[in-house]
Ligand binder design. Structure first.
Ligand code: AVJ
Length: 320
């Protein structure tokens, strides 16, 4: 059975985009939040990124899930799997298979801001797991964690290393809000990319085929289409750098010439100097001790820490 709860008004995304673009492009330095990469084309480009030789996180996390899904089931006895952000369905299935084989799983609760993506994902899972209750929630995981359905104990999975897109203060608030919606004894399953040599990290965000560059520039295409802007997308170049102090990758878009951009839908005119950059994403990388300190502060107890065989990526399990 499939059911979808909608906690977002139809114009939520449109309003949020306007607000973000106005705030970010009127600021100095300019910034745009990474969530606007993911229209249909951006989501396809991200899928392509996950198959690039340089982009190891997806393969590393999949390796861990394949090896550990059974242990996750045995430790948690989960009745419900909640997945924040529609992950690649392949990784979800590894988890569902492990939990189902253990025999406790009754429902799957995917949460995503995109209602269409959520319906597609829910229908696909429902077709292959007919005995599972699929209860989708349309919502923003930074704002709508309040009413997560599902029979306890629940495992909330936040995979892919997407936690790295949040700055430390946002991470703290996010972990606390998850801790608050869980009952004591319930679980958080977290995917975190790990600090490693900068060359490997930068290559993962600046691939030789240029797919990440296209993904980065896609945010300008989204703004052109949604807000009627006239960004000359080809006049921007992709920049990926390692910030060693903050231990995060930063993606920027750099204007290759001075220009003026009109964004009619929000009555905004933005000027760029030659070489001026828009910050579009941070992707923080972690050490075990840092993750443990942040989760401890939010009120979680450590239950397991697993890495892939090259220790590039970690999957960790926490109990509320
Ligand atoms: C989907 C947020 C985990 O930060 O690695 C991939 C997005 N950005 N290449 C990441 C991304 C550039 C990705 N996350």
């Amino acid at each position: 059975m499939t059911l979808i709860d909608v906690h977002l008004t139809p114009d939520y995304a449109a309003r949020a985009l306007r607000e973000d673009v106005r705030a970010g492009l009127a600021a100095t330095p300019k910034w745009l939040p990474p969530k606007w990469f993911y229209d249909a084309r951006g989501s396809e480009l991200f899928e392509e990124i996950t198959r690039l030789p340089e982009y190891y996180p997806t393969r590393a996390e999949r390796e861990i899930l394949r090896a550990r899904a059974g242990e996750i089931a045995a430790i948690t006895n989960a009745h419900t799997l909640v997945e924040l952000g529609s992950g690649s369905s392949e990784k979800t299935r590894l988890l569902l298979d492990g939990l189902r084989a253990h025999g406790t799983l009754t429902s799957f609760v995917p949460l995503d801001v995109s209602e269409s993506a959520l319906r597609d994902a829910s229908d696909a899972i429902n077709a292959d797991y007919p005995s599972l209750d699929v209860h989708g929630v349309v919502g923003d995981f930074t704002a709508h964690l309040d009413k997560l359905p599902g029979d306890p104990p629940r495992v909330v999975a936040f995979l892919g290393g997407t936690i790295g897109n949040l700055i430390p203060a946002e991470r703290e608030a996010f972990y606390r809000s998850i801790r608050e919606v869980l009952e004591p004894g319930e679980w958080l399953l977290l995917g975190t990319d790990l600090v490693k040599d900068p060359a490997t990290l930068v290559a993962a965000y600046d691939d030789s085929a240029g797919v990440t560059a296209e993904f980065n520039k896609n945010v300008l295409r989204v703004i052109n289409r949604q807000l009627g802007a006239d960004f000359d997308v080809d006049a921007f170049e992709h920049v990926a750098l390692w910030d060693a102090d903050n231990e995060w990758i930063e993606m920027h878009l750099r204007a290759t010439r001075a220009m003026r951009v009109l964004i009619p839908e929000i009555h905004l005119e933005v000027t760029f100097d030659e070489g001026e950059e828009i910050s579009t994403e941070i992707s923080a990388k972690f050490h075990r001790a840092g993750v443990e300190a942040e989760l401890d502060k939010a009120g979680f107890a450590p239950a397991a820490w697993w890495t892939d065989n090259k220790a590039r990526f970690a999957l960790s399990l926490w109990q509320a």
